[in-house]
Design a binder for this molecule. Structure first.
Ligand code: PMP
Length: 286
């Protein structure tokens, strides 16, 4: 596997970092995951814009212009030539003797990028997946795509231990926020409901696209926090993310959603989303 690390393209075994790298010691960094579909990047600009927003919130100075990091992404793609994969991109506050305060002077950020194979869960996309609910234990800036993912890791592990795909996070006093690594949607009485863009969720790139699709389909949408009870009584539930696309959730906490099969609104949005991916891959301007 080829790794881009601070300006160099290295073999996986050569890509090494010092122990006092701030990503390792403080999770003091941000990341992005972008999709490569049919050999081309999907919505890379939107991912790079989100990276800039995350960096600004953490007062992290990005050591590159968007065009430079795009060139790195394109070079990795040229060398690996995958059909279906994801780009992982991470920027941290660099290497410095351990101290909570930002390093003094001009310590360069650490930049890591590589391409990782991806797979489609065809079965889950067609027949739906199961989920559990978990308390949302994260910090108050979930809009930042920070590498500090411990609560997400725990929630996803709890889901895996129960043999289900995702953990749907419920924030005390707020309601359903999102999944451990996905945005969560429901359909209730013909209206599509998802958490509003705010500090409580990551504004998913796929969330943004699906929002555009609901508008194009003239589906009524309410951006609000649903209660856990509303989630359990929803007609349909689905998740979205870069590597999961639009996937129906047919069971939550062991109880069926609707009739326990993927609903029509979910499947229509999935169809439109997959059509858009094909259109982008066939070079047709969106
Ligand atoms: N929420 C969280 C917490 C995530 O980690 C992700 C995946 N990065 C998402 C939502 C979905 O975002 P996207 O559509 O950009 O993949």
């Amino acid at each position: 596997m080829l790794i881009y690390l601070n300006g160099e393209y290295l073999d996986y075994s050569e890509a090494k970092l010092p122990v006092d790298e701030r990503g390792l010691q403080f999770a003091d960094g941000i990341y992005e995951v972008a999709l490569i579909w049919d050999g081309r990047y999907v919505d890379l600009d939107r991912h790079l814009q989100r990276l800039e927003r995350s960096a600004a919130t953490l007062e992290l100075r990005l050591p590159f212009m968007q065009s430079e990091i795009r060139a790195v992404a394109e070079e990795l793609l040229r060398r690996a030539q995958p059909r279906l994969a994801s780009l992982y991109l991470q920027v941290t506050r660099g290497v410095a003797p351990r101290d909570h305060r930002f390093p003094a002077g001009t310590v360069p950020p650490t930049v890591i990028a590589y391409i990782k194979d991806a797979t489609i869960d065809q079965e889950g996309m067609e027949n739906g997946v199961a989920a559990i609910t978990e308390p949302d234990l994260r910090w108050l800036r979930c809009d930042v795509k920070s590498v500090s993912l411990l609560p997400n890791v725990l929630a996803r592990q709890h889901a895996a231990a129960r043999g289900v795909r995702e953990a749907i996070l419920v924030r005390a006093g707020i309601g359903v926020t999102e999944g451990s690594a996905t945005n969560i949607w429901m359909v209730r009485h013909g209206s599509v409901v998802t958490a509003p863009e705010s500090n409580w969720i990551l504004s998913g790139i796929v969330r943004g696209v699906v929002m555009e699709l609901t508008n194009a389909e003239r589906l009524p949408v309410a951006e609000r926090f649903a209660t856990q009870e509303e989630l359990m009584q929803a007609d349909e539930v689905f998740l979205t993310s870069t590597t999961s696309f639009v996937t129906p959730i047919v069971q939550v906490d062991g109880r069926s959603i609707g009739d326990g099969t993927p609903g029509p609104v979910t499947m229509r949005l999935q169809e439109l989303y997959m059509e858009r991916l094909s259109r982008l891959a066939s070079h047709v301007v969106d």
